[in-house]
Design a protein around this ligand. Structure first.
Ligand code: FES
Length: 183
């Protein structure tokens, strides 16, 4: 997601009274900010709370967090894009996150991504037009011994080939979205 400008769209305040939109989800972020006393070291923790509250980190959220922690927006954006567990775009109802860390890459991770791209016509980081499916990639999901690893709707599967991934994704798409099941 390109950061267009460092202008806070929602007119942040200089005090610590929270987001001017009044959206109650910002209160959860504010609670984390206060718990860590607005320490800049708490950036990842605050971004986690922001993503859990909103589902993904949009530009307004990144600007808000940067503003509250008095960090450069470029720094916050860099951290949010570095870690695979942060998403800057809304995800589809179902998702397949393909690990492209070294172990997974050499064992065929890129082939899995290519197969998904060919099947669904979207790039990593994108969602199908109907909002049903997203492809994501990760740097390493910590299960290198199972390479290549994919995470389909939150479930980690390893030692899997492109065709088997496509089959699993088709099965997932036939089921209700995990978010709806959890709701
Ligand atoms: S490189 Fe894929 S899990 Fe570590």
């Amino acid at each position: 997601m390109p950061i267009k400008s460092p202008v806070f769209r929602s007119a942040a305040k200089d005090d610590k009274n929270g987001h001017p939109s009044g959206d109650p989800r910002f209160k959860l972020i504010d609670r984390t900010l206060k718990r860590f006393q607005f320490e800049q070291d708490a950036l990842i923790e605050v971004l986690h709370t922001a993503q859990e509250s909103f589902g993904y980190l949009d530009e307004d959220l990144l600007i808000y967090v940067a503003h509250q922690l008095k960090l450069p927006l470029s720094w916050v954006y860099g951290v949010a894009t570095f870690y695979h567990f942060f998403s800057l775009e809304p995800m589809g109802e179902h998702s397949c996150n393909v690990c492209l860390g070294t172990a997974c890459y050499v064992k065929g991770g890129a082939n899995i991504v290519a197969a998904l791209q060919a099947e669904y016509g979207i790039e990593p980081g994108e969602t199908t037009e109907d909002g049903k499916f997203s492809i994501a990639t990760a740097r390493c999901v910590g299960s290198c011994g199972l390479a290549p690893v994919v995470v389909i709707d939150g479930e980690v599967t390893g030692k899997i080939g492109a065709e088997a991934v496509l089959n699993q994704v088709r099965e997932s798409l036939a089921k209700p979205s995990p978010q709806r099941v959890a709701a």
